[in-house]
Write a protein that binds this ligand. Structure first.
Ligand SMILES: Cc1cc2nc3c(=O)[nH]c(=O)nc-3n(C[C@H](O)[C@H](O)[C@H](O)COP(=O)(O)O)c2cc1C
Length: 324
């Protein structure tokens, strides 16, 4: 086990190791505020000395984008005290760990029962039980500001960086995916730039708000692995576009297929995409998906398919994963 023990040193991020605990929803917050058992969960995993980066679970930027009833939130200043207690506990458990938080808007991938309001998306679609309506341009731009406010709260809470969630069929991914985005305006599917416009504008606002020294990661649902959906070629071209923005990490996962693939469960099942993306960017690339052993993680780095490797379910099941 060598590769995941190597450091990763970039302009704004310094990771002791290349193993990442990726964002994994615990659904243990009350009114968006993490509980004592949330803290306990993260502390237990953070103690694993192999982990260089931990990204805490997707948290809603505004109640309209809430994905489930016990999801964590960065939608108001009221969460900052509890989130600060969480980051303090994690940093105390592992002082060299780099800690990011993930911010999200579920778009159509939720229910009215959870959000208390009608669902929104790129286009009129039905991804779960209820239909969603298309956002107006004014609404898109308001949501970009909500992402920005959430990112400010992430920074205020003591996280070392923020990750913008644009994967797994959630709102930013709904704009990226040709399966969901049927708009006719400049946020529509006519070009990749248009599909990424909401994300890119969000990145720029977040960068302006968090300052030049603060790390920003993008979780990109690069390919849908579905007929008519986004492809690994799209992911590579998207990485090229995103590389022009002032960001620090491309964290790859699935799009409308979410975080798994129908056709393969092989360890590193998104590594075909990450290998293609690595050809198109100098940014560090992270891949996650089905990795069960440290040897599999090492191999992905050795083969040049990723710079960082996420291990989710295996670390959750066994926080001592990889420690002899
Ligand atoms: C219970 C559960 C919750 C998850 N929550 C999130 C999340 O909040 N944000 C996210 O980007 N991915 C989430 N994922 C996806 C994981 O980050 C990861 O990509 C996925 O589990 C595949 O990696 P693994 O095979 O190592 O578990 C979740 C996955 C699971 C199983």
């Amino acid at each position: 086990m060598n590769e995941i023990k190597e450091p990763l040193i970039q302009k704004r991020i310094r990771l002791e190791h290349r193993l990442v605990f990726p964002p994994m929803a615990t659904r243990t917050s009350d009114d968006g505020i993490p509980r004592a058992d949330t803290v306990e969960h993260y502390v237990k995993i953070a103690k694993n000395p192999l982990i260089g980066l931990m990204i805490t679970e997707h948290s809603y930027i505004t109640p309209q984008g809430k994905a489930d009833p016990n999801q964590a939130s960065f939608s108001s200043d009221e969460v900052v005290a509890a989130q600060s207690a969480l980051t303090t506990a994690i940093h105390r458990a592992n002082p060299s760990l780099c800690l990011f938080a993930q911010i999200n808007h579920a778009g159509a991938f939720t229910s009215r029962e959870v959000t208390g309001m009608p669902l929104v998306s790129a286009s009129p679609v039905k991804l779960k039980e209820e239909p969603a309506r298309a956002l107006t341009i004014d609404e898109i731009q308001n949501l970009e500001r909500e992402f920005m406010q959430a990112a400010i709260r992430v920074k205020q809470s003591g996280y070392n960086g923020v990750e913008i969630h644009s994967a797994h069929g959630y709102l930013l991914n709904q704009f990226y995916s040709p399966l969901v985005n049927h708009r006719t305006d400049e946020y529509g599917p006519q070009t990749l730039e248009n599909r990424l416009r909401f994300l890119v504008e969000t990145i720029r606002l977040v960068r302006g708000a968090v300052g030049a020294a603060y790390p920003i990661s993008v979780r990109l649902g690069g390919a849908d692995y579905m007929q008519g959906g986004s492809t690994t070629e799209d992911a590579a071209a998207a990485a090229e576009i995103l590389s022009r923005e002032d960001i620090d990490l491309i964290d790859l996962s699935g799009g409308m297929c979410r975080y798994t693939r129908e056709d393969t469960k092989a360890p590193g099942y998104f590594s075909d995409m990450s290998a293609a993306v690595k050809q198109c960017t100098d940014l560090p690339v992270m891949v996650t998906g089905g990795i069960r052993t440290p040897e599999q993680a090492d191999q992905l780095i050795k083969d040049g398919k990723a710079d960082l490797v996420g291990v989710g379910r295996a670390l959750w099941q066994n926080p001592d994963w990889g420690i002899n």
